[in-house]
Design a protein around this ligand. Structure first.
Ligand code: PLP
Length: 487
């Protein structure tokens, strides 16, 4: 493809993408294809000779679109959102054009420096404490996903606690043995409702993992008392708790752990690295009415949220903020001769390879920069507030029909979770059962609270499965403390 062909192809592709977005609301969210649908549609091996763009592009309609789940559809309500916007797409386009593996500052100074500045913008926008800004000892870096952030933080926490505990030992074989012994005793912790990425990170890091209880009666939040109990039980067994993921907006219900209480507790356990995972809900911090959650964050070691979930930046873009960048650099900085250069030696530049697991990195700050400038803080706040209001509106609607539904968690960062009640309806408009509801649930007879809960679980599951099987909308479910919910 030469430059003129690229110009024509790109214009055509953009026309097609705009049309896709203009019509997306009319599509069923879920595709109707069966597993393995794609292989018969394309040849068994790559073509020997190049094909024209016209032929390649026509396969978007023939091969790809039938198998797409339309995440950008307004009828997509599953998981958490994965927002997109045209400014972010333009950012990705330029990033593709300037294509680089910008691991060191000199590999493309603009890529490093824009990321540093834009992450400071983001930190200020969401009201993060100043300790996370790059002008001090902290700073922000963009990673692909929250899971990558958690593993990066957890491994750095593991190495930090080992460094601290073995500080007095001289380097050598004995120290390596002592470090290996310590590693076997380390315990990472996360709420029973924390995202599975913490458990996965513990597996990757080769440490143990323990859940911290966060019961329904406490709104599924971890309290300082509950965390203390787990820490002390762990220590009583001769093990070393070294890391905890606190959650600001849990996956199932958007629960927020008791950040203020945990911040107090953190002073008593300075060797425990506390990371705050705000993957989804963190975007709401652009609104001042949520920033009361921010001051306790100063007590913690790191924080992340996904701009690709709820802040109009296309996937992938997880902002990772660290209070002492030295904690990352002390773990991840390994500089063989082929990576050495005068700028690194000068100590005046940031080499982001020293803050992360991979070496190479993309130009992701460009799309963040474009989005922040295109929407402005006010535009982003309006976008988030609209979703919050929709969540509240939906919860209010659900509450008008106690004969059909019961709320399990009220609107929290636009997420509502609820159950479908089994027939015959309890309370509310009991004398006016909804015929659709009856059709879904008529084979249930409630008897006693436990049976009623189980019947609610079954009714909820059936409605959930029925909605998704139709494909028009896509929603997700979860089980929290034995309760089956639609979210
Ligand atoms: N943390 C929380 C609270 C989440 O809800 C999710 C995903 O929904 C994740 C982490 C994992 O996100 P990612 O796909 O960015 O790894």
């Amino acid at each position: 493809m030469d430059s003129q062909q690229f110009r024509d192809a790109a214009k055509g592709a953009i026309d097609e993408i705009v049309t896709y977005y203009d019509n997306i609301a009319d599509e069923s969210v879920l595709p109707s294809v069966k597993p393995g649908y794609l292989r018969p549609l394309i040849p068994d091996s790559a073509p020997e000779e190049g094909e024209s763009w016209e032929i390649i592009q026509s396969d978007i309609d023939r091969v790809i679109k039938p198998g797409l789940t339309h995440w950008q559809s307004p009828k997509f309500m599953a998981f958490f959102p994965c927002n997109s916007s045209f400014p972010a797409m333009l950012g990705d386009m330029y990033s593709g054009a300037f294509n680089a593996a910008a691991f060191n500052w000199i590999c493309s100074p603009a890529i490093t420096e824009l990321e540093t500045v834009v992450m400071d913008w983001v930190a200020k926008l969401i009201g993060l404490p100043e300790v996370f800004l790059s002008q001090g000892e902290g700073g922000g870096i963009i990673q692909g996903t929250a899971s990558e952030v958690v593993v990066t933080a957890l491994v750095a926490a593991r190495e930090r606690v080992i460094r601290r505990k073995l500080k007095a030992m001289p380097e050598g074989e004995e120290k390596l043995d002592a470090a290996a012994d310590l590693r076997g005793k380390l315990v990472a912790m996360g709420s029973e409702h924390a995202h599975s990425s913490t458990q996965k990170a513990a597996i990757i890091a080769g440490t143990r993992f323990r859940t911290v209880s966060a019961p329904a009666e406490n709104n599924y939040s971890v309290t300082a008392a509950s965390l203390r109990k787990t820490i002390e039980e762990t220590k009583a067994k001769g093990l070393i708790p070294f890391y905890f993921t606190a959650t600001l907006g849990s996956t199932a219900t958007c629960a927020v752990d008791d950040l203020a209480g945990i911040a107090e507790l953190a002073r008593e356990y300075p060797d425990i690295w506390i990371h705050v995972d705000a993957a989804y809900a963190g975007s709401a911090l652009v609104c001042p009415e949520y920033q009361h959650l921010c001051p306790p964050l100063a007590a913690f070691d790191s924080f992340n949220f996904n701009l690709h979930k709820w802040l109009l930046v296309n996937f992938d873009c997880s902002a990772f903020f660290i209070k002492r960048r030295r904690d990352l650099i002390d773990t991840y900085s390994i500089t063989p001769s082929y990576l050495r250069n005068e700028f690194t030696e000068s100590g005046l530049v940031t080499d982001y390879r020293d803050w992360q697991i991979p070496l190479g990195r993309r130009f992701r700050s460009l799309k963040v920069w474009f989005v922040l400038r295109s929407y402005g803080a006010q535009g982003l706040r309006a976008f988030i507030r609209n979703h919050i209001q929709l969540g509240e509106f939906f919860a209010a609607r659900i509450k008008t029909r106690p004969d059909l539904f019961r709320i399990t968690t009220d609107a929290s960062f636009a997420l509502v979770t609820f159950q479908v009640t089994p027939a015959p309806p309890r309370g509310g408009k009991a004398d006016q059962p909804d015929p659709r509801h009856e059709a879904y649930t008529s084979d249930f007879t409630p008897s006693g609270e436990a049976q009623y809960t189980e019947d609610c679980n079954q009714a909820t599951k059936r409605v959930y499965e029925k909605i998704n099987s139709r494909g028009q909308f896509y929603i997700s479910s979860s089980v929290v403390c034995g309760t089956y919910i639609i979210r």
